[in-house]
Design a protein around this ligand. Structure first.
Ligand SMILES: Cc1ncc(COP(=O)(O)O)c(C=O)c1O
Length: 412
């Protein structure tokens, strides 16, 4: 019997055992449910996706066009074009006070492939990776693909969802290979300041076997007068153990161009480049030209987008806080709010759905009010909801009104 006869079931002997460890992220499952409802003709409002609603800046698109016309259409170097790597080095120096030589920089197919390359190069069965919780779903999934074990360090709303030194210390064992840091954070919007990072660096100095993947992809989306600081700049003595990950997806509204990059120690960059060479032969040459134009472009483009996100952040948080039964900490970064819904648990919606979990809430919200978002337990901590405010003010207002209607109709 052919594999298609089984409907793609990965229990079929064709498939490698690692496929058992490759779950479907809840973010994708929720988007699929929303698509099904839309196909039935319903007007679904989606706050589920972590994707800027802005267009890629016109100057960036023009740079891509020029690159294509200029003949930049051949296989690029596996680790990135010299022009983009030079732009990345300038960016790290200018914005992060970090000096990375070209040999310490690598370009990947989005920030996600940096993570994939890094863990493929280093993680094997028996290895542990400390992941602050709540977390972006891809970290544990990728760790598990390579047979590693995610170990979670809990971050709490009362601490602004920061990772504390105590939580990190408790999670580290002799088997720990990596700590993943992601601030500003997806899903909570939490940020870590210089003092917070200094405390983390102190713990890391006591554990020289632990490396750090510092995912700073939301660095520019930061509010309330805060400034992002890179771990490798706060603790230069640890720079040889840190991968500083970034990308153009979120800062420049370039999710579809698929360009991420990383700065780090040469042996790791070499190993990751070897993997990438086998997997993809490098990153789209046109996208690399576009990314270089974005990084070298005027910084006010980011400031303008950030001002809009800031306005939407305040709109969403103040509206959610006015809904009885919801709590909402003010997120200081990224473009997500993470409201708590503990007071709604155990109650029943007007449509008859008993809310035992935050996933029940998210499904009822989609079915009864046609608003798609993702439940917090999908990111490791419930009962919360994650909603992205990277969408228009009108959609945000209407979606919040529908959330209020669902909560207003609860009984029991
Ligand atoms: C925390 C975090 N890191 C990395 C990425 C990867 O982004 P990309 O692969 O588009 O660069 C995302 C995307 O959602 C993210 O939320």
């Amino acid at each position: 019997m052919g594999v298609m006869d089984k409907g793609g079931d990965t229990a079929h002997p064709l498939f490698a055992q690692r496929m058992d460890r490759l779950g479907v992220p809840a973010t994708i499952a929720m988007a699929q449910r929303a698509r099904t409802l839309r196909a039935q003709g319903e007007k679904v409002l989606s706050l589920a996706l972590g994707e800027p609603d802005f267009a890629t800046p016109a100057a960036v698109i023009e740079a891509a066009h020029r690159a294509a016309l200029d003949g930049q259409t051949k296989y690029p170097p596996v680790d990135g074009t010299p022009a983009l790597k030079a732009a990345i080095a300038r960016k790290f120096a200018r914005e992060n006070a970090l000096e990375y030589a070209p040999a310490e920089i690598m370009v990947s197919n989005g920030g996600k492939q940096v993570i994939f390359n890094a863990f493929m190069a280093t993680v094997q069965p028996g290895d542990e990776v400390v992941i602050p919780r709540p977390y972006w779903v891809s970290y544990p999934l990728i760790v598990q693909i390579f047979g590693g074990t995610p170990v979670y360090a809990d971050c709490h709303e009362a601490d602004g969802f920061r990772l504390t030194a105590a939580a990190l210390e408790a999670a580290i064992t002799p088997r720990t290979k990596w700590l993943v840091l992601n601030f500003p954070n997806n899903p909570t919007g939490g940020t870590m300041g210089r003092a917070d990072l200094e405390a983390i660096a102190e713990v890391l100095r006591r554990h020289p076997h632990v490396h750090v993947l510092s995912d700073e992809i939301y660095e520019h989306l930061i509010y309330d007068g805060q400034r992002h600081v890179s771990l490798a700049a706060v603790a230069p003595d640890l720079k040889g153990r840190i991968l500083t990950l970034n990308g153009v997806s979120k800062a420049y509204a370039m999710t579809g161009w698929r360009v991420g990059y990383v700065g780090g120690p040469v042996p790791l960059i070499r190993a990751m480049t070897a993997i990438q060479g086998s997997a993809t032969s490098g990153i789209c040459s046109i996208s690399q030209a576009a990314a270089a134009a974005a990084l070298d472009g005027p910084p006010d483009i980011i400031a303008q987008m950030c001002a809009v996100y800031d306005r939407r952040r305040k709109l969403v948080v103040s509206t959610l806080r006015n809904i009885p039964g919801l709590t909402c900490a003010m997120p200081h970064g990224a473009f997500y709010a993470y409201p708590g819904i503990a007071a709604c648990m155990g109650r029943t919606t007007a449509g008859g759905q008993l809310l035992k979990t935050d996933e029940d809430f998210a499904i009822a919200l989609l079915n009864e009010q046609h608003v798609a978002l993702v439940h917090g337990s999908a990111f490791g901590q419930g009962p919360y909801l994650r909603l992205s405010y990277a969408t228009s003010d009108d959609i945000l207002r209407e979606a919040c009104a529908r959330i209020a209607r669902l909560v207003d109709g609860l009984t029991g």
